[in-house]
Design a protein around this ligand. Structure first.
Ligand code: HEC
Length: 126
């Protein structure tokens, strides 16, 4: 009589451990204490795909998203601030690069401008 209950408990524990582990794996990195607003926004909204250092996240690779490398100075130096601003605000779709979502409804123009500066700093960090 006890067996089915035991089996149920084992299955529930296994599901709990699996989903908990997945949540832990897929969670975005916590911003350090005293992080700037741009850093918080970047880690919260962008790191899922672009990775905390801009190299591209393996989480994104899991879903076949190819975010490129934001920390590559050679590429970033060819991009104007206006280009970076527009691709963050309107997403990549208008210029035929649909992988990059639009953040115009989530972020204010000020926040986007700070993120542009943050992304530039990432490409200079190496
Ligand atoms: C859902 C995944 C995803 C998220 C979230 C995301 N991006 Fe992107 N991003 C991409 C992909 C994919 C590309 C490349 C699009 C392409 O080249 O087709 C890209 C491209 C870019 C580019 C252009 C790089 C270049 O050299 O042209 C910038 C800048 C950028 N992302 C910044 C950001 C910022 C800032 C955030 C957070 C506010 C962010 N992204 C959030 C997926 C994402």
């Amino acid at each position: 009589m006890r067996r089915p209950l035991l089996a149920l408990a084992v299955v529930l524990t296994a599901i709990g451990a699996f989903t908990g582990g997945l949540a832990w794996l897929l969670d975005t990195p916590r911003p350090p204490a005293g992080a700037s607003r741009a850093e918080r926004l970047y880690l919260g909204l962008c790191a899922t795909c672009h990775g905390p250092d801009g190299r591209g996240s393996w989480r994104a690779a899991l879903f076949l998203v190819r975010p490129g490398r934001l920390n590559d100075a050679a590429t970033l130096d060819r991009r104007s601030d206006q280009y970076l601003f527009d691709i963050i605000k309107y997403g990549g779709a208008p210029i035929g690069r649909p992988g990059m979502p639009a953040f115009g409804s989530t972020l204010t123009d000020d926040e986007i401008a700070e993120l542009v500066a943050y992304v530039r700093a990432l490409s200079r960090a190496r």
